[in-house]
Design a protein around this ligand. Structure first.
Ligand code: ADP
Ligand code: MG
Length: 251
């Protein structure tokens, strides 16, 4: 972290998945997934394409309604929360950042604050400026997305989520669309959020990141949690043949 700009700590909340199942029509995609994410900890979810990782994240913040099971945020049932409020408390960053091309970085962050949160414009822009500073983009606040690198655009998207002051951040392959030389900077930013106490669930193909940044790694295959534990347990001592095969393909 930059010693000249001490960043404030986050107050991440705990998350608990209890038998969470998700389906598209009659097609079961996530089956009885249970695990706990302690406040301020980072859980990395790994697994083959199509194993249900994105759907799991969409269940956590209820972009897709679970079939059964429950998700607890700070001990409260998310099924009882207003979805819009839940999505402020649990931020989600996607592979594709979906910024408004005709708005500056600052307005991309501020828009959600005045539209979704109903903040007055001046206050929204002030908070947006702080969020951009947090992701190292204070100098780029007036740039439009096309004048930013892919990595900087993804930082704007992260700032947009952080500006909502979430208690949990979900990342769905946030670096998969980036040019290789831009990946590291975004991963370092994410690791920094984790060190400062944000609670994070990170779906990633970056095994190096999972190894160094995760407190817990969850391996999913065919909608199920096949194995779960510390990075050392999963990467150095994988028990299941499915995880062993997956690691032999990606490492
Ligand atoms: P992952 O993120 O691990 O690649 P997904 O959660 O995207 O996996 O997908 C899990 C399964 O659900 C896949 O078989 C996928 O084809 C299917 N699926 C994903 N989204 C939809 C959808 N909107 N409608 C129907 N099936 C879907
Ligand atoms: Mg996915």
């Amino acid at each position: 972290m930059n010693a000249q700009t001490p960043s404030p700590a986050f107050h991440g909340s705990g998350l608990e998945l209890v038998g969470l199942s998700m389906a598209y029509g009659s097609f079961d995609v996530v089956r009885e997934v249970s695990f706990e994410v302690r406040p301020g900890s980072t859980t990395c979810v790994i697994g083959p394409s199509g194993s249900g990782k994105s759907t799991l994240l969409r269940g956590i913040n209820r972009l897709h309604e679970p079939k059964s099971g429950e998700v607890l945020l700070a001990g409260e049932k998310t099924s009882a929360m207003v979805p819009e409020r839940l999505r402020q408390r649990i931020g989600l960053v996607f592979q594709h950042f979906n910024l408004f091309p005709d708005h500056t970085a600052l307005d991309n962050v501020a828009l959600a604050l005045w539209k979704v949160k109903g903040m007055p414009r001046a206050a929204a822009r002030e908070r947006a400026g702080r969020a951009l500073a947090e992701v190292g983009l204070a100098e780029r606040a007036d740039h439009r997305p096309r004048d930013l690198s892919g990595g900087q655009q993804q930082r704007v998207a992260i700032a947009r989520a952080l500006a909502m002051e979430p208690e949990v951040m979900l990342f769905d392959e946030a670096t998969s669309a980036l040019d290789p030389e831009l990946v590291k900077g975004v991963l370092n930013l994410m690791a920094g959020l984790g060190r400062r106490g944000m609670t994070m669930v990170v779906v990633t193909h970056e095994m190096g990141f999972a190894r160094r940044a995760a407190d817990q790694v969850v391996f999913m295959d065919e909608g199920e949690v096949v194995e779960r534990g510390s990075p050392e347990e999963l990467f150095d001592r994988p028990r299941s043949p499915r995880l062993q095969r997956f690691l032999s393909e990606v490492l």
